[in-house]
Write a protein that binds this ligand. Sequence first.
Ligand SMILES: Nc1ncnc2c1ncn2[C@@H]1O[C@H](COP(=O)(O)OP(=O)(O)OP(=O)(O)O)[C@@H](O)[C@H]1O
Ligand SMILES: [Mg+2]
Length: 327
Amino acid sequence: MAEPTAAAAALADVTPEPGVSKPDPILVVDEVRRSFGGLTAVNVDHLEIQRGAITSLIGPNGAGKTTFFNLMTGFDRPDRGTWSFNGQPLANVPAHKVARLGMVRTFQLTKALTRLSVMENMLLGATQQRGERFLSALLPTIWSAQETEIRARADELLARFNMDYMRDELGGELSGGQRKLLEMARALMVEPEMVMLDEPMAGVNPALTQSLLTHVKDLPSFGMTVLFVEHDMDVVMDISDWVIVMAQGKIISEGPPAAVAADPQVIDAYIGEDHGDESRFTPTTLATTAAASTETVGRSPVLDDHEGPATGDVSAPSDDPDGESHA
Ligand SMILES: Nc1ncnc2c1ncn2[C@@H]1O[C@H](COP(=O)(O)OP(=O)(O)OP(=O)(O)O)[C@@H](O)[C@H]1O
Ligand SMILES: [Mg+2]
Protein backbone atom coordinates (compact mmCIF):
# COMPACT_ATOMS: atom_id res chain seq x y z
CA MET A 1 0.00 0.00 0.00
CA ALA A 2 1.09 3.56 -0.63
CA GLU A 3 2.75 5.77 2.00
CA PRO A 4 0.11 7.69 3.91
CA THR A 5 -0.39 11.00 2.12
CA ALA A 6 -1.11 14.32 3.79
CA ALA A 7 -4.71 13.89 2.69
CA ALA A 8 -4.89 10.44 4.27
CA ALA A 9 -3.45 11.88 7.48
CA ALA A 10 -6.10 14.63 7.45
CA LEU A 11 -8.73 11.91 7.27
CA ALA A 12 -7.18 9.70 9.94
CA ASP A 13 -9.59 10.80 12.67
CA VAL A 14 -12.71 10.61 10.53
CA THR A 15 -15.05 7.81 11.56
CA PRO A 16 -15.49 5.39 8.67
CA GLU A 17 -19.25 5.51 8.27
CA PRO A 18 -21.56 6.49 5.40
CA GLY A 19 -22.16 10.23 5.14
CA VAL A 20 -19.56 11.18 7.74
CA SER A 21 -18.38 14.81 7.81
CA LYS A 22 -14.87 15.61 6.56
CA PRO A 23 -12.48 18.20 7.98
CA ASP A 24 -12.31 20.21 4.74
CA PRO A 25 -14.93 19.14 2.19
CA ILE A 26 -14.78 20.56 -1.33
CA LEU A 27 -18.01 18.85 -2.42
CA VAL A 28 -21.02 18.44 -0.14
CA VAL A 29 -24.07 16.48 -1.31
CA ASP A 30 -27.50 16.36 0.33
CA GLU A 31 -30.54 14.25 -0.46
CA VAL A 32 -29.73 13.76 -4.13
CA ARG A 33 -32.04 11.32 -5.89
CA ARG A 34 -32.28 10.29 -9.53
CA SER A 35 -34.71 7.71 -10.84
CA PHE A 36 -35.13 6.24 -14.28
CA GLY A 37 -38.68 4.93 -14.49
CA GLY A 38 -39.11 2.78 -11.41
CA LEU A 39 -35.38 2.40 -10.81
CA THR A 40 -33.67 4.63 -8.27
CA ALA A 41 -30.20 4.99 -9.74
CA VAL A 42 -28.85 7.48 -7.19
CA ASN A 43 -30.09 7.98 -3.65
CA VAL A 44 -27.44 9.80 -1.64
CA ASP A 45 -28.49 11.19 1.74
CA HIS A 46 -25.31 13.01 2.59
CA LEU A 47 -21.80 12.84 1.22
CA GLU A 48 -18.68 14.95 1.62
CA ILE A 49 -15.53 14.76 -0.46
CA GLN A 50 -12.35 15.86 1.25
CA ARG A 51 -10.33 18.56 -0.50
CA GLY A 52 -6.94 17.54 -1.80
CA ALA A 53 -7.57 13.82 -1.36
CA ILE A 54 -7.87 10.97 -3.81
CA THR A 55 -11.25 9.43 -3.09
CA SER A 56 -12.32 6.30 -4.93
CA LEU A 57 -15.98 5.69 -5.63
CA ILE A 58 -16.54 1.98 -6.00
CA GLY A 59 -19.54 -0.30 -6.29
CA PRO A 60 -20.99 -3.07 -8.42
CA ASN A 61 -22.06 -2.50 -12.00
CA GLY A 62 -25.18 -0.39 -12.10
CA ALA A 63 -24.60 0.98 -8.59
CA GLY A 64 -25.12 4.54 -9.85
CA LYS A 65 -21.54 5.82 -9.98
CA THR A 66 -21.67 7.24 -13.50
CA THR A 67 -25.13 8.67 -12.88
CA PHE A 68 -23.76 10.34 -9.74
CA PHE A 69 -20.94 11.89 -11.80
CA ASN A 70 -23.45 13.06 -14.41
CA LEU A 71 -25.56 14.71 -11.71
CA MET A 72 -22.69 16.41 -9.89
CA THR A 73 -21.22 17.86 -13.07
CA GLY A 74 -24.44 19.09 -14.65
CA PHE A 75 -24.69 16.47 -17.40
CA ASP A 76 -27.92 15.21 -15.86
CA ARG A 77 -30.45 16.65 -13.42
CA PRO A 78 -31.57 14.95 -10.22
CA ASP A 79 -35.22 14.60 -9.23
CA ARG A 80 -34.32 16.36 -6.01
CA GLY A 81 -31.41 17.30 -3.83
CA THR A 82 -28.70 19.89 -3.40
CA TRP A 83 -24.96 19.87 -3.64
CA SER A 84 -22.30 22.50 -3.41
CA PHE A 85 -18.77 22.84 -4.67
CA ASN A 86 -16.51 25.14 -2.69
CA GLY A 87 -19.64 26.34 -0.93
CA GLN A 88 -21.33 27.24 -4.22
CA PRO A 89 -24.69 25.52 -4.83
CA LEU A 90 -24.66 23.65 -8.15
CA ALA A 91 -28.23 22.51 -8.68
CA ASN A 92 -29.35 23.68 -12.15
CA VAL A 93 -25.86 24.85 -13.07
CA PRO A 94 -25.08 23.59 -16.59
CA ALA A 95 -22.02 21.43 -17.22
CA HIS A 96 -19.87 24.06 -18.89
CA LYS A 97 -20.39 26.40 -15.93
CA VAL A 98 -19.63 23.64 -13.48
CA ALA A 99 -16.37 23.13 -15.34
CA ARG A 100 -15.63 26.83 -15.21
CA LEU A 101 -16.19 26.73 -11.46
CA GLY A 102 -13.44 24.16 -11.25
CA MET A 103 -15.06 20.73 -11.31
CA VAL A 104 -14.51 18.59 -14.41
CA ARG A 105 -15.09 14.98 -15.22
CA THR A 106 -13.97 12.44 -17.74
CA PHE A 107 -16.22 9.83 -19.27
CA GLN A 108 -16.31 6.09 -18.82
CA LEU A 109 -16.28 5.99 -22.62
CA THR A 110 -13.62 8.18 -24.10
CA LYS A 111 -14.84 11.31 -25.78
CA ALA A 112 -11.70 12.30 -27.65
CA LEU A 113 -12.77 13.72 -30.96
CA THR A 114 -11.67 11.42 -33.69
CA ARG A 115 -11.33 13.96 -36.50
CA LEU A 116 -9.39 16.50 -34.53
CA SER A 117 -5.70 16.34 -33.75
CA VAL A 118 -4.42 15.73 -30.27
CA MET A 119 -3.50 19.41 -29.99
CA GLU A 120 -6.92 20.54 -31.21
CA ASN A 121 -8.53 18.26 -28.66
CA MET A 122 -6.47 19.96 -25.98
CA LEU A 123 -7.39 23.45 -27.17
CA LEU A 124 -11.03 22.47 -27.19
CA GLY A 125 -10.57 21.21 -23.65
CA ALA A 126 -9.72 24.75 -22.63
CA THR A 127 -13.23 25.72 -23.58
CA GLN A 128 -14.85 22.65 -22.04
CA GLN A 129 -16.85 22.26 -25.19
CA ARG A 130 -17.47 19.03 -26.98
CA GLY A 131 -18.23 18.64 -30.65
CA GLU A 132 -16.30 19.57 -33.72
CA ARG A 133 -19.00 21.96 -34.85
CA PHE A 134 -17.98 24.24 -32.01
CA LEU A 135 -14.41 24.39 -33.12
CA SER A 136 -14.67 26.87 -35.95
CA ALA A 137 -16.78 29.16 -33.78
CA LEU A 138 -14.37 28.95 -30.90
CA LEU A 139 -11.04 29.03 -32.60
CA PRO A 140 -11.01 32.81 -33.02
CA THR A 141 -11.51 33.12 -29.25
CA ILE A 142 -8.90 30.53 -28.54
CA TRP A 143 -6.39 32.22 -30.77
CA SER A 144 -6.96 35.68 -29.43
CA ALA A 145 -5.89 37.06 -26.08
CA GLN A 146 -5.27 33.79 -24.34
CA GLU A 147 -3.56 32.06 -27.22
CA THR A 148 -0.11 31.89 -25.74
CA GLU A 149 -1.29 30.89 -22.33
CA ILE A 150 -3.58 28.15 -23.59
CA ARG A 151 -1.06 26.72 -26.04
CA ALA A 152 1.59 26.73 -23.34
CA ARG A 153 -0.71 24.88 -21.01
CA ALA A 154 -1.57 22.34 -23.72
CA ASP A 155 2.15 21.87 -24.43
CA GLU A 156 2.94 21.44 -20.78
CA LEU A 157 0.17 18.90 -20.24
CA LEU A 158 1.01 16.93 -23.38
CA ALA A 159 4.60 16.78 -22.20
CA ARG A 160 3.54 15.73 -18.72
CA PHE A 161 1.46 12.92 -20.23
CA ASN A 162 4.24 11.96 -22.66
CA MET A 163 1.99 12.72 -25.59
CA ASP A 164 3.77 15.71 -27.08
CA TYR A 165 5.19 13.67 -29.94
CA MET A 166 1.67 12.79 -31.10
CA ARG A 167 0.27 16.31 -30.99
CA ASP A 168 -0.60 16.29 -34.70
CA GLU A 169 -2.12 12.83 -34.80
CA LEU A 170 -5.87 12.56 -35.16
CA GLY A 171 -7.86 11.45 -32.15
CA GLY A 172 -9.16 8.58 -34.26
CA GLU A 173 -5.65 7.23 -34.76
CA LEU A 174 -4.93 6.86 -31.05
CA SER A 175 -5.26 3.60 -29.18
CA GLY A 176 -7.92 3.32 -26.51
CA GLY A 177 -5.35 3.90 -23.80
CA GLN A 178 -3.91 6.94 -25.51
CA ARG A 179 -7.38 8.39 -25.80
CA LYS A 180 -7.89 7.90 -22.08
CA LEU A 181 -4.66 9.79 -21.46
CA LEU A 182 -5.71 12.51 -23.87
CA GLU A 183 -9.07 12.82 -22.20
CA MET A 184 -7.46 13.22 -18.82
CA ALA A 185 -4.94 15.75 -20.12
CA ARG A 186 -7.75 17.62 -21.83
CA ALA A 187 -9.82 17.72 -18.64
CA LEU A 188 -6.90 19.46 -16.95
CA MET A 189 -6.85 22.29 -19.51
CA VAL A 190 -9.26 24.34 -17.40
CA GLU A 191 -7.00 23.99 -14.37
CA PRO A 192 -9.74 22.36 -12.35
CA GLU A 193 -9.78 22.13 -8.59
CA MET A 194 -11.55 18.81 -8.71
CA VAL A 195 -11.43 16.06 -11.30
CA MET A 196 -13.89 13.23 -11.45
CA LEU A 197 -12.46 10.30 -13.38
CA ASP A 198 -14.88 7.63 -14.51
CA GLU A 199 -12.93 4.39 -14.97
CA PRO A 200 -9.89 6.01 -16.54
CA MET A 201 -8.10 2.65 -16.66
CA ALA A 202 -10.87 0.64 -18.31
CA GLY A 203 -9.76 -0.73 -21.65
CA VAL A 204 -6.24 0.57 -21.26
CA ASN A 205 -3.41 -1.85 -21.89
CA PRO A 206 -1.20 -2.67 -18.89
CA ALA A 207 1.75 -0.63 -20.16
CA LEU A 208 -0.31 2.56 -20.17
CA THR A 209 -2.23 1.70 -17.01
CA GLN A 210 0.79 2.34 -14.82
CA SER A 211 1.42 5.64 -16.51
CA LEU A 212 -2.20 6.73 -16.07
CA LEU A 213 -2.11 5.72 -12.44
CA THR A 214 1.01 7.77 -11.83
CA HIS A 215 -0.69 10.78 -13.37
CA VAL A 216 -3.75 10.33 -11.18
CA LYS A 217 -1.57 10.02 -8.07
CA ASP A 218 0.21 13.23 -9.05
CA LEU A 219 -2.93 15.34 -9.29
CA PRO A 220 -3.11 16.30 -5.58
CA SER A 221 0.41 17.71 -5.84
CA PHE A 222 -1.05 20.15 -8.38
CA GLY A 223 -3.64 21.19 -5.82
CA MET A 224 -6.38 18.99 -7.21
CA THR A 225 -9.00 16.88 -5.53
CA VAL A 226 -9.69 13.56 -7.24
CA LEU A 227 -12.84 11.47 -7.25
CA PHE A 228 -12.15 8.30 -9.07
CA VAL A 229 -14.40 5.44 -10.19
CA GLU A 230 -12.42 2.24 -10.49
CA HIS A 231 -13.28 -1.44 -10.44
CA ASP A 232 -9.79 -2.79 -9.90
CA MET A 233 -9.50 -3.18 -6.14
CA ASP A 234 -5.72 -3.42 -6.26
CA VAL A 235 -5.64 0.01 -7.88
CA VAL A 236 -8.19 1.34 -5.40
CA MET A 237 -6.18 0.06 -2.44
CA ASP A 238 -3.00 1.54 -3.84
CA ILE A 239 -4.20 4.96 -4.87
CA SER A 240 -6.95 6.03 -2.47
CA ASP A 241 -6.82 8.17 0.62
CA TRP A 242 -10.48 7.36 1.14
CA VAL A 243 -12.96 4.95 -0.43
CA ILE A 244 -16.72 5.40 -0.85
CA VAL A 245 -18.89 2.43 -1.70
CA MET A 246 -22.13 2.80 -3.58
CA ALA A 247 -24.68 0.04 -4.07
CA GLN A 248 -28.11 0.46 -5.60
CA GLY A 249 -27.65 4.21 -5.55
CA LYS A 250 -26.84 4.51 -1.85
CA ILE A 251 -23.61 5.10 -0.02
CA ILE A 252 -23.27 1.91 1.99
CA SER A 253 -19.76 2.33 3.34
CA GLU A 254 -16.87 4.77 3.39
CA GLY A 255 -13.51 4.93 5.03
CA PRO A 256 -9.81 4.36 4.50
CA PRO A 257 -9.17 1.61 1.91
CA ALA A 258 -8.36 -1.12 4.42
CA ALA A 259 -11.44 -0.41 6.54
CA VAL A 260 -13.72 -0.52 3.53
CA ALA A 261 -12.17 -3.72 2.19
CA ALA A 262 -12.90 -5.39 5.53
CA ASP A 263 -16.48 -4.10 5.77
CA PRO A 264 -18.90 -7.05 5.53
CA GLN A 265 -21.52 -4.74 4.00
CA VAL A 266 -19.20 -4.11 1.09
CA ILE A 267 -18.47 -7.76 0.53
CA ASP A 268 -22.23 -8.43 0.63
CA ALA A 269 -22.89 -5.72 -1.90
CA TYR A 270 -20.52 -7.32 -4.33
CA ILE A 271 -21.24 -10.98 -3.87
CA GLY A 272 -24.65 -11.03 -2.20
CA GLU A 273 -26.48 -10.23 -5.39
CA ASP A 274 -26.33 -11.25 -8.96
CA HIS A 275 -24.29 -8.50 -10.52
CA GLY A 276 -23.14 -10.58 -13.42
CA ASP A 277 -19.40 -10.21 -13.16
CA GLU A 278 -18.78 -9.53 -9.49
CA SER A 279 -15.68 -11.70 -9.66
CA ARG A 280 -13.84 -8.71 -11.06
CA PHE A 281 -14.03 -7.10 -7.61
CA THR A 282 -11.82 -9.62 -5.91
CA PRO A 283 -8.19 -8.54 -6.01
CA THR A 284 -6.89 -11.93 -7.10
CA THR A 285 -8.95 -12.09 -10.24
CA LEU A 286 -8.48 -8.50 -11.16
CA ALA A 287 -5.21 -8.77 -12.99
CA THR A 288 -6.78 -11.33 -15.27
CA THR A 289 -9.84 -9.20 -15.80
CA ALA A 290 -7.77 -6.14 -16.58
CA ALA A 291 -5.74 -8.10 -19.11
CA ALA A 292 -8.87 -9.52 -20.69
CA SER A 293 -10.45 -6.09 -21.04
CA THR A 294 -7.36 -4.54 -22.57
CA GLU A 295 -8.16 -2.26 -25.44
CA THR A 296 -11.81 -3.21 -25.43
CA VAL A 297 -12.66 0.34 -26.13
CA GLY A 298 -15.67 -0.36 -28.28
CA ARG A 299 -18.17 -0.59 -25.44
CA SER A 300 -21.77 -1.51 -25.56
CA PRO A 301 -24.09 1.12 -26.94
CA VAL A 302 -26.28 0.51 -23.90
CA LEU A 303 -23.54 1.78 -21.62
CA ASP A 304 -22.97 4.63 -24.01
CA ASP A 305 -26.52 5.74 -23.43
CA HIS A 306 -25.80 6.18 -19.74
CA GLU A 307 -23.00 8.61 -20.24
CA GLY A 308 -24.64 11.80 -21.26
CA PRO A 309 -27.76 13.68 -20.36
CA ALA A 310 -30.71 11.33 -20.15
CA THR A 311 -32.88 13.82 -21.90
CA GLY A 312 -31.77 16.50 -24.28
CA ASP A 313 -30.22 18.96 -21.89
CA VAL A 314 -29.25 21.60 -24.34
CA SER A 315 -27.61 23.79 -21.74
CA ALA A 316 -24.94 21.17 -21.16
CA PRO A 317 -22.14 20.64 -23.64
CA SER A 318 -23.52 18.13 -26.08
CA ASP A 319 -22.38 14.60 -25.73
CA ASP A 320 -20.21 14.41 -28.73
CA PRO A 321 -21.59 12.05 -31.34
CA ASP A 322 -18.17 11.94 -32.96
CA GLY A 323 -16.52 10.26 -30.04
CA GLU A 324 -16.43 6.53 -29.75
CA SER A 325 -18.84 5.74 -32.52
CA HIS A 326 -16.45 6.67 -35.32
CA ALA A 327 -13.57 4.72 -33.93
N1 LIG B 1 -30.11 7.29 -19.03
C1 LIG B 1 -30.54 6.22 -18.36
N2 LIG B 1 -31.74 5.70 -18.61
C2 LIG B 1 -32.22 4.61 -17.94
N3 LIG B 1 -31.52 3.98 -16.99
C3 LIG B 1 -30.30 4.45 -16.70
C4 LIG B 1 -29.75 5.58 -17.37
N4 LIG B 1 -28.52 5.82 -16.86
C5 LIG B 1 -28.31 4.88 -15.94
N5 LIG B 1 -29.38 4.06 -15.83
C6 LIG B 1 -29.51 2.93 -14.90
O1 LIG B 1 -29.15 3.43 -13.62
C7 LIG B 1 -28.40 2.47 -12.91
C8 LIG B 1 -27.05 3.07 -12.55
O2 LIG B 1 -26.27 3.15 -13.72
P1 LIG B 1 -24.81 3.74 -13.73
O3 LIG B 1 -24.36 3.74 -15.14
O4 LIG B 1 -24.81 5.03 -13.01
O5 LIG B 1 -24.02 2.66 -12.88
P2 LIG B 1 -22.45 2.51 -12.63
O6 LIG B 1 -22.27 2.37 -11.17
O7 LIG B 1 -21.72 3.60 -13.31
O8 LIG B 1 -22.16 1.11 -13.32
P3 LIG B 1 -20.82 0.59 -14.07
O9 LIG B 1 -19.87 0.18 -12.99
O10 LIG B 1 -21.30 -0.60 -14.85
O11 LIG B 1 -20.31 1.69 -14.94
C9 LIG B 1 -28.31 1.25 -13.80
O12 LIG B 1 -29.32 0.36 -13.43
C10 LIG B 1 -28.53 1.81 -15.17
O13 LIG B 1 -29.07 0.84 -16.02
MG1 LIG C 1 -20.31 3.66 -14.75
